[in-house]
Design a protein around this ligand. Structure first.
Ligand SMILES: Nc1ncnc2c1ncn2[C@@H]1O[C@H](COP(=O)(O)OP(=O)(O)OP(=O)(O)O)[C@@H](O)[C@H]1O
Ligand SMILES: [Mg+2]
Length: 254
């Protein structure tokens, strides 16, 4: 049986109150559209999306394959820019930044967790985490080791990705995503390649991060993972359907 928990926001008051206050939004989209132009014509991958996410909220992005979920996450992650509309992260309009400023901004604000892990195959677990430190500022091996220890990989720091299980690789990704202390975590199918036991470990880590105040935006096809979030944003053919805020949160079934 799932156990219901009443959820209040980190800023005090209910999440529905916070979400209606634009000054609390850490991610705000206003009429955002993303079109791709190719030899086969124009694809409107995201159409006129307007919604906001408050600091500390956990939102699940759901929808069928091709509905625009990765397009949306790439925009929020400042890996891509809207064709039209306004996207603000932490009250900054991403369109106002140069490519260099955007790189810096992304490194400070956002941690990425991908379904395919994207670890460097010839670097050990700790070196993969240190690479993220290097691109942000400077490396600190002790801190990288501590980050791996926190996700339960203290005994695997010298292993190459090929010497780690899928669940362990995903935990290296989580350590890498967190190493520079970004307030926002973007996860695209974080448990898509994991078995049930490892899904539970990753889900519990995400729950911990949420309790510690991180804003989490998570793409998932898994209803059980989506049920951990406070709110669902469903996509269909590039159109966004926001579900009500402030509903009960559930814990993962054992
Ligand atoms: N670079 C691109 N050029 C042209 N079309 C693209 C490009 N990237 C994505 N698309 C199209 O945009 C639409 C949305 O793609 P997107 O990758 O966002 O879907 P998704 O919901 O993440 O799907 P999945 O669940 O399969 O990962 C699809 O129709 C896709 O074919
Ligand atoms: Mg995708």
């Amino acid at each position: 049986m799932n156990e219901a928990k009443v959820q209040t926001g980190p800023l005090g008051g209910s999440l529905s109150e916070q979400t209606t206050r634009p000054d609390c939004a850490v991610i705000a989209l206003s009429h955002v559209t993303r079109e791709y132009s190719g030899h086969a014509g124009v694809v409107r991958a995201l159409a006129d999306a307007s919604f906001s996410i408050v600091a500390g909220e956990w939102v699940a992005i759901t929808g069928p394959s091709g509905s625009g979920k990765s397009t949306l996450v790439n925009l929020i992650g400042c890996l891509d820019r809207p064709t039209a509309g306004e996207l603000k992260i932490d009250n900054v309009d991403v369109a106002s930044m140069s490519a260099t400023e955007l790189d810096r901004f992304r490194a400070d604000k956002i941690g990425f967790i991908f379904q395919q892990f994207h670890l460097i195959p010839y670097l050990s677990a700790v070196e993969n985490v240190m690479l993220a430190q290097y691109f942000h500022s400077m490396t600190d091996e002790a801190e990288a080791r501590a980050a791996l220890d926190k996700v339960g990989l203290g005994s695997r720091i010298s292993h190459l990705p090929s010497e780690l299980s899928g669940g362990e690789q995903q935990r290296v990704c989580i350590a890498r995503a967190l190493i520079n202390h970004p307030p926002i975590l973007l996860a695209d199918e974080p448990t898509g390649n994991l078995d049930a036991a490892n899904q539970t470990i990753v889900a519990e880590l995400l729950q911990d991060l949420h309790r510690n105040g991180h804003t989490i935006v998570m793409v998932t096809h898994d209803p059980e993972m989506a049920g951990l979030a406070q709110r669902k944003i469903a996509l269909s053919h590039g159109k966004v359907f926001c579900h009500p805020v402030g509903g009960p949160m559930v814990t993962l079934r054992r």
